[in-house]
Design a protein around this ligand. Sequence first.
Ligand code: SF4
Length: 343
Amino acid sequence: MAVQLEPEDFAKYPFLEEAQDFVRARGYTLDRILTSSSGKIIATKAVDRILFALSSKVRFDDTIKLESVEKEILSYSIARILIVCINNRAITEKLMHYESDRVRYFLDKELTDERGSPEKKRIIIETIGIAPDQEALPVRAYVELAAGLRDDSWRLVNRDIQNGLVKIHNDEIESIVREKLRIILHKKLPREVPEEICSRLQPLIEQITRANQEHILESYGDIEEGCFPPCIKALIAAVASGANIPHTGRFAITAFLHTIGMHPAQIVEIFSQAPDFDLSRTVYQVEHITGRSGTEYTPPSCATMRTYGLCVNRDGWCEHVHHPLSYYRDRKKKEQKKSEPTD
Ligand code: SF4
């Protein structure tokens, strides 16, 4: 007998069209959710999804409860509306990773749980266009997937390509499924949310933005210039010496310093050392990059810094990172450990 997905499966895999049809068929509209008494519970669940995504401590274990199928699916949808209103790339990426990890968690349980079903795992994976025994992918599909995978082994130059197909090893399927899920979840995000809806969600948006700020401060702590990556140190030194640095460099400094918790006024102060310093123009640029425009930008990755020609003075720490922010966080953690008193 063919295996059918059941309502409980829709709570585990809310991105499925069937899951969305399931709640639509019950007459749920955004207005009804926001005004109903159960709407509060759904909204709280939606915020929790995002707060879990922001927290680095989240583990997918049996604490995940699927109390109500409808609330689970709707909280997934409201969380997505919330992040479109917030329009912060870092928060969006974290939610996409969280949701894709959550799906992966339930897919694994299909194999290990008494009530799980390997057949259901196969159905879900095939829904996203991957066969469980996929041996190769067309180059175009592969390139889209590999763009988000960091290890050098995913780079096209390191792959076996035959007749326009990139060979896939068995042990790579899990990573491919995870990445494909992340891409699909991204593509399914609402393109825009009406201003009026975002206004109604404002208290929740503020709660999330505050939590994100706290999370940033917790993960980066006090600013330690000694732990800045060499690229950022070089850019700051160049500004101080009066060199004319390109826009990409100004962007990298501003987004980096903002993300680790520096106040925009302090960032402007750094640029004030440049001989061609123009206060109003600098304030405008810094405020634009740090979120006044409604979009908060994240600093460029090492790969992008290399493309800009800004990856300079690499040192031993650079060997282990893909992002200047990881360099800073890792190095700071290590330095702090070293200075902790030993018993
Ligand atoms: S490898 Fe990354 S952190 Fe190191 S200098 Fe280059 S861009 Fe900066």
